[in-house]
Design a protein. Structure first.
Length: 335
């Protein structure tokens, strides 16, 4: 790994993968790419630590400020400090653009494409910071509203069991929001779409990709549990892993697991449509006469274009509707 690329030119693209090589199973490709890109993932994680350390310092500063700490009693977790729960994590919003930078690099790794870790990371941050920052604000607001609602309704369930309905709805929305975040950074760096369209697709994928979403969540949860139950004398191990690997690994895991679904439902249909349009343009350019059935020329079709190509000419659809068979005079007029 040559000291993680610090010595020598390791940003030069390699020979790549042959087009004719059969595609391996997803788990095999996941670990093969992980091993090949391990040094670059370490580089990526170290780059991400720059803004992460700044944000953590801001969180510590907010925590030590002299402020009123409101305690909220919950039946689930006991007394909670609302200031520490909601005010202290607010700077995490500022990390959102940098998650887009990681998503761009790890998405390229998942596609088995080359990425210049340093330059591509910062280019992706610069090119997608507005949508990513807005997504960070939305995630923070959703966290505040949904978590407080869950605590509130859990208390109310002790008095009236009907509150289990809004409690369950809030839990479900929280899970869908979590699953959607596995897709949103990848889609932000992949598509030129408005954020509301990205969110719509992400919530659809949160259901369509249920198995892979649960898998990502299980891996992240296992990492958290392993850290929590790590003996005190060995806490330096998860701390070192956090600094050199954890964030980039989670980004790679999410990109690898979600990109195939995004590709199947969003990217490939687009290329198929583009290919069909291109082939139709070629046929028109070669002088082929396009035929139209009567129902294809119905004025009630709001999506139908006003003009269509016939022998390379733009013709009003009304003319084609009035004459199902072109006369010689009409053909001469169109030519």
């Amino acid at each position: 790994m040559a000291l993680f690329g610090l010595i020598g030119n390791y940003d030069k693209p390699g020979p790549g993968v042959s087009k004719d090589e059969p595609k391996k199973a997803a788990p095999v490709r996941f670990f093969e790419i992980l091993w090949r890109k391990l040094s670059k993932l370490v580089q990526l994680n170290l780059i991400f630590m720059i803004p992460f350390i700044v944000v953590v310092a801001m969180m510590v500063g907010i925590f030590i400020l002299p402020a009123t700490h409101i305690v909220f009693q919950t039946s689930l977790l006991g007394p909670l400090d609302l200031y520490g729960l909601y005010a202290v994590p607010a700077p995490l919003i500022l990390l959102s653009p940098f998650t887009a930078g990681m998503a761009y690099v790890t998405r390229n790794f998942a596609r088995e494409e080359h990425a210049f870790v340093w330059s591509d990371f910062w280019d992706a941050v610069k090119g997608n910071w507005k949508a990513s920052l807005l997504n960070g604000v939305i995630v923070y607001l959703a966290y505040v509203i949904l978590s407080f609602s869950i605590f509130f309704y859990s208390n109310q369930m002790n008095e009236n069991w009907l509150f289990i309905i809004p409690f369950g709805i809030c839990c479900l929305l929280g899970i869908m929001m979590l699953f959607a975040q596995y897709y949103i950074p990848v889609m932000i760096v992949t598509f030129d779409l408005k954020l509301r369209h990205i969110y719509r697709n992400a919530f659809i994928f949160s259901i369509l990709g249920l198995f892979r979403n649960l898998l990502i969540t299980a891996v992240i949860a296992a990492m958290i549990v392993a850290t929590l139950f790590c003996p005190g004398g060995f806490l330096v191990i998860p701390l070192v892993l956090l600094i050199v690997f954890v964030f980039s690994f989670i980004s790679y895991l999410s990109s690898f697991a979600t990109y195939s679904l995004i590709d199947n439902y969003l990217i490939q249909p687009y290329y198929k449509k583009e290919a069909e349009t291109h082939n139709a343009q070629i046929r028109v350019a070669e002088g082929e006469t396009l035929s139209f059935e009567n129902d294809e020329l119905d004025d009630d079709d709001d999506d139908a274009p006003k003009y269509v190509y016939v022998n390379g000419k733009l013709v009003d659809r009304k003319i084609l509707k009035e004459e199902s068979v072109f006369s010689d005079e009409t053909k001469e007029h169109l030519n």
